[in-house]
Each structure stands twice: as structure tokens, then as C-alpha cells.
Write a protein that binds this ligand. Structure first.
Ligand SMILES: N[C@@H](CCC(=O)N[C@@H](CS)C(=O)NCC(=O)O)C(=O)O
Length: 327
């Protein structure tokens, strides 16, 4: 990561669906505001001063394939970040930025017509996929701004993106005048502001189980096989390391799910836990983890992949999915 840090700022500007990370994304200042909530979240809330406008002339990124809703039905083996085998082949769609300056919005402020939410996402990112599923399930229309995690040394290290998410990770969602990092925080915000369909059960025990499973994956597995960690492992150890941590996590997850699952992770309703499960299984497949010892995980994954929201949000049909990985 450190060598990549040094390349921060090299990232090109990019667009999808006619939306760009502008050349100077606002002040980069962290929101300061009134009240406890603003104070509590000030680290993650950034108020860029730019309103992003559609730019229909982006090379390679125009046309109906750029809708944030894909076409259901295709199969995909699942990849995330820099695959051991599949090197990044995207990188089209880099355009000159032309963001328009506008007024800074403060957290909690409402403006007349709310702009479409903007998801900063990478097609291979499992954490981005979690959020894409939530947006699809809740029928929230949004625009995608791709952040290529490997191109240009990683566009997440660009100044523009760091102003949006100081963690230099995707996803980030710009919505309702705030920018939120951390996929689970995003999903919980969507749940609280757009509660239908419910992703957290009303029953406190079930709700707790959903959060427990979500955390097991989002804190206990994914961070250990994230791109930056794998880069530290060195090329020759990557696969073994990824398999080891995923197997270790899946052993626990399988045991948990045997007690909580119905059709899905917790009972028969799709929940936040399911949004974490499917992308993590895709990671496991990508790293050639033998899933035979995990029948419950496999069964739930299969049921979920049959649902439209999981299909349209799939890495194989995102605006930044390279042509050879599209399905
Ligand atoms: N806890 C964060 C994790 C985000 C994360 O790890 N994102 C990955 C992609 S799935 C990333 O941006 N990696 C960039 C890097 O490692 O440099 C979340 O849930 O959003």
C-alpha cells in the first residue's frame, strides 16, 4: 500500500453514465455542523462543492449499457479488486472533468429537488456490490461513478476521491446532501430513510443476528482478503492467504447459518446479511475456495442469485465492467 500511497494523485478523472469525479472535488473539507449527529459523523461526511452534471461524450461509456440497472439473467464467476489471474482490463471512459461548482450542502439540510444519489463504486468490489444490491432492492435510482482500484495505481488514492472518502475505499454514496463511506453504514442509512423493503427485521433478536452475520463477513473475512492486504502478501502468497482467511471465516459462517437460516441467512426474508453473503461467496469462487464443506452457504447463495436485485447489481453488468467480463 505504501508504494501505492506515493502514487496518490496520479489517478485520472473518470466518468460513467455521464458523471465525473471533477478535477477539484470541492474543498475536501470535512463536514462540521450543528448538533451531536453532525459531530459524530463528521469524519465520514464530506461536503464536496460540486454538483455533477451528465457528460454524454465519455469515450467508451455512453449508451444504454451504462444504466445503473443491468439486465438480469447472466452468469458470472465473481471477482473483486485485482484478481490473481485477471488483471484490470478496464480503464476506458476516462474523460476530462467539467464539474460545475455549486453551493455546499450541510448535513440535514434539504433542498427543493434532491439530485440522484451517486454511488462511487468499482465493479469488482464486493463492498460496492453490497450497496448496489440494497439500492436495487429498494428501487433507488442512482448514478454510478466508477473508481478503478487498480488503474493509475488505484484511483481511490486520487485527491478527488480522498476528499469524498478519506479511507480511500469504495463504496461511497452521495445522497441527501451527505457522502457516506462504509457499506454497512450506507445500507443502514438507506434502511432508516427508505425502509421498504425491510433489510433489518423488526424482531430485535433476528435484527441482531442479521448484524452479527453482516459483521462476521464485513469485519471478519473481507478486510483480510482486501486488495491492499493481498498486495502486502506478495504475488506468490496471495491465493493461499485468501483461501485461508475465507475458509476460516466460512467455517464459522456455515455453523452460524445452520442455526439462523431459512431460505436466506436469517429466516425467509432477504436481509443485510444476504447482501454481504453473495459478494463474499463470489470472492471465494474467485480465489478458488472449495465450497463443498459449506452446503448452507452454497444453498443460500444460489437462492439469492436468482433474485433480480442480485443480478442487476452483479459485477458482470456494471458501467465499468470491461467488455471481456460482461455477461
Ligand atoms: N469496511 C469497508 C471496506 C471497504 C473496502 O474494503 N473496499 C475495498 C473494495 S471491496 C477497497 O476499496 N479497496 C481498496 C484498496 O484496498 O486499496 C466497507 O464495508 O465499505
Amino acid at each position: 500500500m505504501t508504494d501505492r500511497e506515493s502514487r496518490a494523485g496520479q489517478a485520472g478523472r473518470k466518468r460513467a453514465q455521464g458523471t465525473a469525479i471533477p478535477s477539484s472535488a470541492g474543498t475536501g473539507s470535512v463536514a462540521t455542523g450543528r448538533g451531536e449527529l453532525e459531530e459524530a459523523v463528521k469524519i465520514i461526511l464530506v461536503q464536496p462543492r460540486l454538483s455533477l452534471r451528465p457528460e454524454p461524450t465519455c469515450r467508451g461509456l455512453t449508451g444504454p449499457q451504462l444504466t445503473s440497472r443491468g439486465v438480469p439473467g447472466a452468469k458470472f464467476t465473481g471477482v473483486e479488486e485485482a484478481s490473481p489471474e485477471v488483471r484490470d482490463a478496464s480503464g476506458e471512459g476516462v474523460c476530462h472533468a467539467s464539474g460545475e461548482r455549486g453551493a455546499t450542502q450541510k448535513y440535514g439540510e434539504t433542498r427543493g429537488a434532491e439530485p440522484k444519489p451517486i454511488l462511487y463504486s468499482y465493479f469488482r468490489s464486493s463492498c460496492s456490490w453490497r450497496v448496489r444490491i440494497a439500492l436495487a432492492l429498494k428501487s433507488i435510482d442512482y448514478e454510478t461513478v466508477p473508481v478503478n482500484l487498480v488503474k493509475d495505481g488505484g484511483q481511490q488514492f486520487s485527491e478527488e476521491f480522498q476528499a469524498l472518502n478519506p479511507m480511500k475505499q469504495v463504496p461511497a454514496l452521495k445522497i441527501d446532501g451527505i457522502t457516506i463511506g462504509q457499506s454497512l453504514a450506507i445500507i443502514e442509512y438507506l434502511e432508516e430513510t427508505r425502509p421498504t423493503p425491510r433489510l433489518l427485521p423488526l424482531d430485535p433478536k433476528k435484527r441482531c443476528l442479521v448484524r452479527m452475520i453482516s459483521d462476521l463477513i464485513a469485519s471478519g473475512i473481507q478486510p483480510l482478503q482486501n486488495l491492499s492486504v493481498l498486495q502486502q502478501m506478495g504475488q506468490e502468497n496471495r491465493l493461499t492467504w485468501a483461501q485461508k482467511v475465507i475458509n476460516s471465516g466460512f467455517n464459522a459462517l456455515e455453523q452460524v447459518l445452520q442455526n439462523t437460516a431459512g431460505k436466506y441467512c436469517v429466516g425467509d426474508e432477504v436481509s443485510m446479511a444476504d447482501l454481504c453473503l453473495v459478494p463474499q461467496v463470489a470472492n471465494a469462487e474467485r480465489y478458488k475456495v472449495d465450497l463443498t464443506p459449506y452446503p448452507t452457504i452454497r444453498h443460500i447463495n444460489k437462492s439469492l442469485l436468482a433474485l433480480e436485485a442480485f443480478q442487476v447489481s452483479h459485477p458482470c453488468r456494471q458501467p465499468d465492467t470491461p467488455p471481456e467480463l460482461r455477461a
